[in-house]
Structures are given as structure tokens and as C-alpha cells.
Write a protein that binds this ligand. Structure first.
Ligand code: GUN
Ligand code: ZN
Length: 444
């Protein structure tokens, strides 16, 4: 990395970054691949007061730069928007890679005992720091995040996110049955605790609140009613839960809610669908459920490493596309096995291959950036490098490992280089991460 200074007018808060630059403009499924992205082989990204003011070819933009604007040049590197992880559990950081179970046993044997520890605010504070450091090491600058049932777990998370000036969405788990006593709330306490957190955090700086019923099996109808009530009481709240992940889970939901005709119907019945509702997984959805998701403008989070790790099944991205459902990418740590969105895309590609389908690298980039931002209704702020948006971006290293450096020598197009990054890359491929124009991670 080299920083130089041009020599005419002085703009104290501007900074320019020179490298190859790519960002998506729209969903390739909607506009075709060629119209879906902007790429500058020798590009310049100009940032002022935390916002992007220009992106384009260095050749033209250099001439417009005010004097003494510092220019940071990255060699063998690609600037992308910061990644947007649309589904992750920060309290599961300490139990990622737990052996041998599918969803329901995995929850009982590994997840609940770990989440119990978040009754202790100090424990939660420590994990929140570890978690956010890990996200930024992986180029992820925004995420939709589960806490635990303990309100203090969400305070810990938001305090840590606020001190790093991150755009983050999180919420307290609502869970009043089918879980250990120490991890259950009641409909009333979950309502009041969530409300207090909303008052404290929703809309504060770059933070947003998500009403977070864990999944239908761990909430009574009364609790889901109150979750819907919260959504109706505050503007622009998110709703975050799990949907149709595992076959045993789906049968259990049918038994618990015999009056509803299917899993999505339960959430629909309690008014939990909407333009800021994000459902993780949706691996086993019927056409009617897909239609309802699209009509309500709800989003799905595609979590390939988790779906493979728990043996849940293969997400049908083509079907979601046909139904016009918004889809983001999620790591779903700790059922997911990596914080890296690059590794998550590597597994997404394989999930598609197993279904005889392809995942184009430009579509992959879309899923990890603008697609995620759209799933979260934040595309005017993040997931893109359009002027006027927030300067959250990642610098990817083509030479992160000896193998990547060698493989890159054989590439002839940005499409190929992107695919190599997404297949071989992980945290080592993140040279630097910027949040609101500030370097928050630099690879040593
Ligand atoms: N369904 C309900 N809770 C969870 C969880 O913590 N992880 C996953 N992957 N699925 C869930
Ligand atoms: Zn999850």
C-alpha cells in the first residue's frame, strides 16, 4: 500500500483509493450479467466524510481530485463493497464446528448450553468483541444478528457495534417454550424486554432492531402475537427468524400449530411477514409459500455452509428467483462453518452444482453485497459503491496465498479472478476493511 498526495487544492476530509474496483448495480437474474455490475480495472474510489463521492476510472477521476487529497494505492487488489451477512448468531461464536448432529439435537446439545452463558454481561461483552473483530477480518461490515434470550446480550452487541460505528441489525431472542428453563422468557417479558431494547437502540446511529422469535417451535401463539404487536408499534423494525430448515422441524411445527396449513402460514397468521422480515433458510418451501414471501416482500437468507453442515438440504436459489423473492447470503455461524462470505460463496456454488445448476460469480457478488442490502432494505446506504452511500468497503488481495497468486497469473478476465477469489479465498484474502471511510482492519 502506498499513499501519495496530489498537489493543488486541499480537501481536508477527502481520501482516494486506487485499485481494481467492482460493485453490482442490479440482480443479474433481472438485468442480465453484463448490465449487473460496474468494473474499473484501474479504478478510483473517492471518499469524503465517511461517504463515497465518486467511483470510476482512475484516468478520469484523478483529474478531478482536489489538491493534497491523499491517494492510497493497492496493488494486486480488488475493492468491493463491504459484505452484508443476512443471518448470523453472535452468541454461537464459541461453539462453531460442533460435531455430529442435525438441527434439533444440535440446538439441545451444543447451542442452548452455550447461549446460557450470555446471562453474564461480561461474557457477552467479550464474545461481542471477538465476533465483530472476526466479521471485519472477513470483510463483512453489516449483518443481521441473533442475540440470546437475555436482553443484556443485545446491549453487549450494540455497545460493541456502536463503538466501531458499524451498521448492524440485532435483536433479543423471544423463546417461551421447548427450551431449557434458564433460556425461556414469557410472552409478556419478551414483549417488554424487546420494547426497552427498541427504545434504547433502534435508529441510534447506524443501529437497527430486529424482533427475533427464534423459530415457531420455541414460541407460543401468544408470544408470536406480541411479536407482531411490536412490529406494528414502531416504524422500520426488522423481523428475523428461521423457516423450513429441517424436515423434523417442519413436522414439529405442524404438530404444534395444527390450525395452520404450513410453516410459513404460522408466521403469516401472526403478521410477521413484511418488507423488513428476513427468514433464514427456507430450504423446503412449496410454491405457495414462495408466492407469499414474494407478495409480502419478505426476504430469505441463503446459508449454504449451515445447510450442508447440519445436513438440512439444498437451498433452491432458482426457485426463489423464479418467484422474485429477495435473497441475501448468510453465514449462519455457529451452524455455519465460516465467517468468510467468500467461503460461504464457495459452498453456495457447490450447493448449486449438486442441483445441476450454476452460480455465476457476478450473481455471487450480488448475493454477498447489494442482494443482502436489498434483503435488509438498506440498498440506499450499503452493499454498493454508488456515490452518496456509506464508505464501507473491502480490499481483496489477489495474492493472498502462494496458490492464489499462481492461479491468478493464469486468469484473463475479472469474472475468472472473482471466481478464484470466491473459491480459494477466505479471511487471508481480505487485505483491509473500511467502515465509513476508516480502516478498521488491515491484514498484518
Ligand atoms: N433454528 C432455530 N434456532 C436455530 C439456530 O440457532 N441455528 C439454526 N441454524 N437454526 C435454528
Ligand atoms: Zn440461524
Amino acid at each position: 500500500m502506498t499513499t501519495t498526495y496530489s498537489d493543488s487544492l486541499f480537501h481536508p476530509h477527502a481520501h482516494a483509493y486506487r485499485a481494481a474496483i467492482i460493485h453490482t448495480l442490479d440482480d443479474p437474474a433481472r438485468v442480465g450479467i453484463d448490465a449487473s455490475y460496474q468494473y474499473f480495472e484501474d479504478g478510483l474510489l473517492i471518499v469524503e466524510n465517511g461517504l463515497i463521492t465518486a467511483v470510476g476510472p482512475a484516468e478520469t477521476l484523478l483529474a478531478t481530485l482536489a489538491a493534497e487529497t491523499p491517494i492510497t494505492t493497492f496493488k494486486n487488489a480488488l475493492i468491493t463493497p463491504g459484505f452484508v451477512d443476512t443471518h448470523i448468531h453472535y452468541p454461537q461464536t464459541g461453539m462453531i464446528a460442533s460435531y455430529g448432529e442435525q438441527l434439533l439435537d444440535w440446538l439441545n446439545n451444543y447451542t442452548f448450553p452455550e447461549e446460557d452463558k450470555f446471562a453474564d454481561k461480561d461474557y457477552a461483552d467479550n464474545v461481542a468483541e471477538i465476533f465483530l473483530t472476526e466479521l471485519l477480518r472477513n470483510g463483512t461490515t453489516s449483518a443481521l444478528v441473533f442475540g440470546t434470550v437475555h436482553p443484556q446480550s443485545v446491549d453487549a452487541f450494540f455497545e460493541a457495534a456502536e463503538s466501531r460505528n458499524l451498521r448492524m441489525i440485532a435483536g433479543k431472542v423471544m423463546m417461551d417454550r421447548n427450551a431449557p428453563d434458564t433460556l425461556t422468557d414469557t410472552p409478556e417479558s419478551s414483549y417488554h424486554d424487546s420494547k426497552a431494547l427498541i427504545e434504547r437502540w433502534h435508529g441510534k446511529g447506524r443501529l437497527h432492531y430486529a424482533v427475533t422469535p427464534r423459530f415457531a417451535p420455541t414460541s407460543s401463539g401468544q408470544q408470536l402475537t406480541l411479536a407482531g404487536k411490536l412490529l406494528s408499534e414502531y416504524p422500520q423494525l426488522y423481523m428475523h427468524t428461521h423457516l423450513s430448515e429441517n424436515r423434523q422441524e417442519i413436522e414439529w411445527v405442524k404438530a404444534l400449530f395444527p390450525n395452520q396449513s404450513g410453516y410459513l402460514d404460522v408466521y403469516d397468521h401472526f403478521n410477521l411477514l413484511g418488507e423488513r422480515s428476513v427468514f433464514a433458510h427456507g430450504v423446503h418451501l412449496c410454491d405457495d409459500e414462495c408466492k407469499r414471501l414474494a407478495e409480502s416482500d419478505s426476504a430469505l437468507a441463503f446459508c449454504p455452509t449451515s445447510n450442508l453442515f447440519l445436513g438440512s438440504g439444498l437451498f433452491d436459489l432458482a426457485k426463489a428467483e423464479q418467484h422474485n423473492i429477495k435473497v441475501g447470503l448468510g453465514t449462519d455461524v455457529g451452524a455455519g462453518t465460516s465467517f468468510s462470505m467468500l467461503q460461504t460463496l464457495n459452498e453456495a456454488y457447490k450447493v448449486m452444482q449438486l442441483q445441476g445448476k450454476k452460480l455465476n460469480p457476478f450473481k455471487s457478488l450480488y448475493l454477498a453485497t447489494l442482494g443482502g442490502a436489498r434483503a435488509l432494505k438498506l440498498e440506499d446506504k450499503i452493499g454498493t459503491l454508488q456515490p452518496g452511500t456509506e464508505a464501507d468497503f473491502a480490499v481483496l488481495d489477489y495474492h493472498a496465498t502462494p496458490l492464489m497468486a499462481y492461479r491468478m497469473q493464469q486468469t484473463t478476465s475479472i469474472e475468472e479472478r472473482l471466481f478464484v477469489l470466491m473459491t480459494l479465498g477466505d479471511d487471508r484474502a481480505i487485505k483491509a476493511t473500511y467502515v465509513m471511510g476508516e480502516a478498521v482492519h488491515t491484514r498484518g
